[in-house]
Design a protein around this ligand. Structure first.
Ligand code: ADP
Ligand code: MG
Length: 253
């Protein structure tokens, strides 16, 4: 088994007298894509933002790459990449200028064009974020998480609202980030996405982890328990039809 790169123990988050995260514990292994799944309000973003040092926990321990969140939060910040909402980017700057701005913030340097090439946005270098399609915006915000060459990348609903082609394109990008050595922790509402992309997933409901395993293991266990689908599935679904008819290539570029 790979090294543990994030260790969360008995994490609790109270908002006033409402407990959003109810003593959850989990480990993320180095080099995996780890998914947090759960209905709206389950506590996924709260959990991620605590690990990202952006939110204060009520209690529990969080260790990131051996660094204790309580002791050295700024050391954690240096080794992680966090996807921001694209609405938060300075509207007046183009993509290259934004990357240079981030380099200044992180006190590092990257070749903006090389980074844009990685996410297939080299043709949009001089465009502003508002001129990008939904999928392109997401790819750009993921690119900005890579600027400080992070060990761990956090993506909160990276594919929400995208069309099937753009989602597949992002899956490839996320796998590439993992294959280049980073650990990825993401949230999603799409079960097919979690099944295809995540090595392991934690299902969170009302602030508690109800299951943590690989997608295959979860499915096998349910089948072994005697579960049967009410209607026999066909060998393809409507999304397969859609992709077959409209192709896998991105449309917006
Ligand atoms: P998820 O990302 O799984 O949809 P969140 O972590 O955003 O869930 O929210 C978990 C719960 O905590 C929700 O009920 C939400 O309304 C509540 N919550 C989130 N942020 C705050 C806040 N700043 N103040 C009060 N309640 C909050
Ligand atoms: Mg959320």
């Amino acid at each position: 088994m790979n090294n543990i790169v994030i260790s969360v123990k008995d994490l609790v988050k109270d908002y006033g007298d409402f407990q959003a995260v109810k003593s959850i514990s989990f480990d993320v292994h180095e080099g995996e894509i780890f998914g947090l799944l759960g209905p709206n309000g389950a506590g996924k973003s709260t959990t991620l933002e605590i690990i990202e040092t952006l939110r204060i926990k009520t209690s529990g321990t969080v260790i990131v790459d051996g660094i204790d969140l309580d002791k050295h939060p700024s050391a954690i910040k240096k080794i992680i990449g966090v996807q921001l909402q694209t609405s938060g980017f300075y509207p007046g700057l183009n993509l290259v200028e934004l990357i240079k701005l981030f380099c200044g913030l992180y006190n590092t340097s990257v070749d903006p064009m090389e980074l844009l090439k990685k996410v297939n946005l080299q043709d949009k270098a001089k465009n502003k974020v508002k001129e990008l399609s939904g999928g392109q915006k997401q790819r750009f915000s993921i690119a900005t998480t890579l600027i400080n060459k992070p060990k761990i990348v956090f993506l909160d609903e990276p594919t929400t609202g995208l069309d099937p082609q753009a989602r597949r394109n992002l899956w490839d990008l996320i796998r590439e980030i993992r294959d280049n050595g980073a650990t990825v922790i993401l949230t999603t509402h799409y079960m097919d996405e979690a099944e295809q992309l995540c090595d392991r997933i934690a299902i969170i409901d009302e602030g508690k982890i109800v299951k943590l395993a690989s997608p295959e293991k979860m499915i096998d266990e349910l089948v072994e328990s005697g579960f049967e689908r009410p209607k026999q599935m066909k060998a393809a679904n409507l999304e397969d039809v859609f992709i077959h008819l409209t192709g896998k290539e991105m449309r917006e570029a």
